[in-house]
Design a protein around this ligand. Sequence first.
Ligand code: FEO
Length: 393
Amino acid sequence: MQELRPNVYSIRAIDWDRRLFDELIPLPEGTTYNAYLVEGSEKTALLDTVDPTKTGMLLGSLAASGVERIDYVVSHHAEQDHSGSIPAVLARYPHAQVVTNAKCKAMLIDLLRLDEDKFLTIADGQTLSLGDKTLQFFDIPWVHWPETMCTYLAEDRILFPCDFFGSHLATSSLYVEDEPLAYESAKRYYAEIMMPFRTIIKKNLEKLSRFAIDMIAPSHGPVHGRPEMIVTAYKDWVGDRVKNEVVLAYVSMHESTKLMVEHFSKALVERDIIVKQFNLTSADLGRLAIALVDAATVVLGSPTVLTGAHPKTAYAAFVANALRPKTRFASIIGSFGWGGKMVEQLAGLLVNLKVELLPPVIAKGLPKPEDLAALEGLADQILAKHQAAGITK
Ligand code: FEO
């Protein structure tokens, strides 16, 4: 346990080796699962637990620090990386009550088979006195599950927001020290976990803005001792501003699409548009997600395979559609040999995006001069659209 403030402690399980979350999301920097202990003059509360693979680490830390009694286990979020050790904590501290909202309670009963009589159900805005410290709970729905809530510790001006403001970053540093690394990790986390809920996160940011917050203690990654950095970053990410950038994600089998991508990329750069190019045969899904956070335009590149899109491009389109970035424009480039429905298939996978679909450029076989000219025409259109929308940087 490490002290954040007098009688407020961080208990972290650092997972240096984890490389995948939800069997989907790459974790190049590992992660941490953060629980917190708040000892009031009368009661003690544990805020969240850790991933079930690290239960021993949590119980070991509590035992090593001589914690003999826990009165409350606050559960901000039912996902198992924070709730999964609750059964073991209740077994060790049988008098503890699980404090959470009604939605989270129902989910914990479903996911962990906890007994109904173990719960103390609280409402949005309710307080819980620990004696000389007071926990106040706020619902922050869809950040990123419907039941999610956070705790504000008024006496120490600390916000415990669970996944909100978190990052998958294994580090021995308790606090953010390397701000560029923390920013990049937090942006990756936002892109992969939070971005689909951008609009509601904006509302939740407003809800929290009325509190004086000296420290943000999330459930993943280092603690923000200087909260302005992460709060400013989130306001930017959830805001409506997009950048003069094109995310160009493609696959090529026999060089036709590759030649088109190279020509198109050069044409965009000549028009002072930043290009973020991803060859989907080897791209890190997380880096693609980060690029989607603020790019004004997405262009998918694909050959035609078995009359449809290349499965790797289709996968990227499916992921982008699920992540719902604030992208304004989209298009498709690529090639075919004898026919197919590649364009219709990819366009049909982007239905969640509120984008204007610009005319695709598709070549039969190797791109001919007129195909390359059409790519330059698409670059012109993107430039004109960006300029008309005031997107210049
Ligand atoms: Fe870190 Fe949504 O769990």
